[in-house]
Design a protein around this ligand. Structure first.
Ligand SMILES: [Zn+2]
Length: 205
């Protein structure tokens, strides 16, 4: 399938009504700290993998409780390197878990870095072993996170997206990174202006 050409992203369809775009740079110093608002996610098992214009998608189910709503997991995918910059640092990968509540969209982003030698469970996903795949190891142990309002990072950019960006990264190996890169080569959107947006840093126990 034909995929988005990230070398030509300046030519992508321009957003019309959602001026606050993603990704952006996130730092604790420029965020408002909030205590609590814990993210809880219950996952079912991954069922299918689907190639789309925006890249390969893992279609899955799960439930997230946040901001007083239940959000249903629809799919997840990878970016290499990260799209968000955390404390002025790009990470090796970023995983996007796309949730919906009616028509509203919330994306949980998890950053990952090459820090271990042996392949993590991520490699199993790409070997088509996603039946009964546990998604929880794809999340960091600590659950501090940033939240802000932005957009999808692939066209169309119209709809407002609630972002939850986990502050701590997960550990992957060089071979995991090579596997991810084969399916998602340099698929990161350039950083977008913050505008006057409020960014929150949630400190959870
Ligand atoms: Zn994404």
């Amino acid at each position: 399938m034909k995929h988005l050409n990230y070398q030509r992203q300046s030519l992508w369809q321009k957003p019309t009504d959602v001026l606050c775009q993603s990704p952006i740079s996130l730092t604790q110093a420029t965020s408002t700290a909030i205590k609590g608002q814990f993210v809880t996610i219950e996952f079912d098992c991954v069922t299918t993998r689907k190639d789309q214009i925006v890249g390969e998608q893992f279609i899955s189910q799960g439930l997230l409780n946040l901001f007083g709503n239940h959000w249903h997991l629809e799919r997840f995918h990878f970016h290499e390197h990260s799209e968000h910059r955390i404390e002025n640092h790009y990470h090796d990968i970023e995983i996007h878990f796309v949730f919906k509540h009616d028509e509203a969209i919330l994306v949980v982003a998890v950053l990952g870095d090459v820090t271990i030698d042996s392949p993590s469970k991520i490699t199993r996903l790409f070997e088509n072993n996603y039946a009964r795949f546990e998604l929880s190891p794809l999340f960091p142990d600590k659950s501090n996170y940033y939240s802000y309002q932005g957009s999808l990072t692939t066209p169309p950019f119209e709809q407002t997206v609630q972002w939850v960006v986990m502050a701590d990264s997960i550990q992957i190996s060089a071979s995991d990174l090579a596997t991810i890169k084969a399916s998602y080569p340099s698929n990161y959107r350039n950083e977008q202006p913050r505008q006057k947006r409020k960014i929150y840093y949630h400190i959870t126990p």
